[in-house]
Write a protein that binds this ligand. Structure first.
Ligand code: 5GP
Ligand code: MN
Length: 316
């Protein structure tokens, strides 16, 4: 399916979701490099917001564009790891103008907004889906590195239940391309800057348990972010650490986008479908990991979310 679409197009734009994470960057860069390696007569461009510093070891990341050209129409726009059009951000006009659009994604909330879609909600990552659509033999080490990055991040280093035997088999195939797997895990997933660790510490220190200790929540204001000199992409991992709290079912992490507007991350262990909770307030994601943006004070946010979480816990 992908092969045919690539053959039919001369110009191809690749885009992912706002505040791109490992899976989004890995799938975009992996596919871009694959096209460069195997379709030399095609023109491919990648459009993404600023990516975390630790992902810059991926050499093709240097070509990422952060602005769209005026009046350019691509033959094909490939949208990766993005559950709805609104999440495409600044590249949405290119999507709208493209002659054909194709979305590869694993968000359960994806309603199929592109002209063609390959959406598998149970897949570990978009990178795993991209891998399935590529010809294994034609994957270069550079493509393999990028796809490996995405799998590592979306499975929490092969830890979450979405990591199926097929995910491990695919990871093995990518490692056989000669990539440095341990380095990717260490330097992009575990390693944190001093400031990132400080803000993690601060978030944990100020976290509160509620709803019979089944929920944990914490928030970071803009002022605190400025004090530590961190930006949103430095806050990755805080919500996962909160979820590790013994006895907790749901973890809520939020940071201030602007006064009384919060970006919220939700994680659950077993019983709560946080995609449903996020979906109720216009967000989305996966059963065990979802997100949304909500207006109000941080207490309003917690109160609103609590109602939806409690309703699900009551059903258990
Ligand atoms: P995170 O909490 O790490 O930002 O996101 C967790 C998951 O939820 C990711 O798969 C992400 O794509 C999705 N997600 C996060 N925020 C939003 C949102 O505002 N809307 C939708 N539809 N999905 C989101
Ligand atoms: Mn993903």
């Amino acid at each position: 399916m992908l092969n045919k679409m690539l053959k039919d197009a001369v110009t191809i734009a690749i885009g992912g979701h706002i505040r791109p994470d490992g899976d989004c960057v890995g799938s975009c860069i992996g596919l871009y490099q694959y096209i460069k390696d195997n379709y030399k007569d095609k023109k491919a461009d990648v459009y993404l917001e600023e990516i975390p510093d630790s992902f810059h070891f991926l050499k093709p990341a240097d070509v990422i564009r952060h602005e769209i050209p005026a009046d350019v129409t691509y033959d094909l726009f490939i949208c990766l790891d993005c559950g709805d059009k609104g999440r495409l951000g600044f590249s949405a006009p290119l999507f709208d103008r493209a002659k054909r659009t194709f979305c590869i994604d694993h968000h359960i909330s994806n309603k199929g907004f592109a002209s063609d879609s390959y959406v598998v909600p149970d897949a570990s990552s978009t990178c795993e889906l991209v891998y399935q659509l590529l010809d294994e033999e034609k994957i270069s080490p550079q493509t393999a590195e990028a796809l490996y990055l995405g799998i590592v991040h979306d499975t929490g280093v092969f830890q979450y239940s979405c990591a199926e035997p097929s995910t491990f088999r695919m990871a093995a195939k990518l490692l056989e391309k000669g990539i440095d797997g341990p380095r990717i895990i260490q330097e992009t997933f575990y390693e944190k800057t001093y400031a990132q660790n400080q803000i993690l510490g601060r978030a944990l220190l100020e976290s509160i348990l509620f709803m019979d200790k089944k929920c944990i929540a914490t928030y970071i204001t803009k002022k605190t972010m400025d004090f530590y000199g961190v930006v949103p992409k430095d806050l990755e991992g805080i919500v996962s650490q909160l979820r590790l709290t013994k006895g907790v079912e749901v973890a809520i992490f939020m940071y201030e986008l602007e006064k009384n507007v919060y970006k919220v991350s939700l994680r659950s262990k077993e019983n709560v479908d946080v995609c449903k909770v996020a979906g109720y307030f216009g967000g989305g994601g996966h059963k065990r990991a979802a997100g949304l943006t909500m207006a109000g004070t941080c207490y309003d946010v917690i109160n609103n979310l609590s109602g939806q979480i409690e309703a699900q816990l009551d059903e258990v």
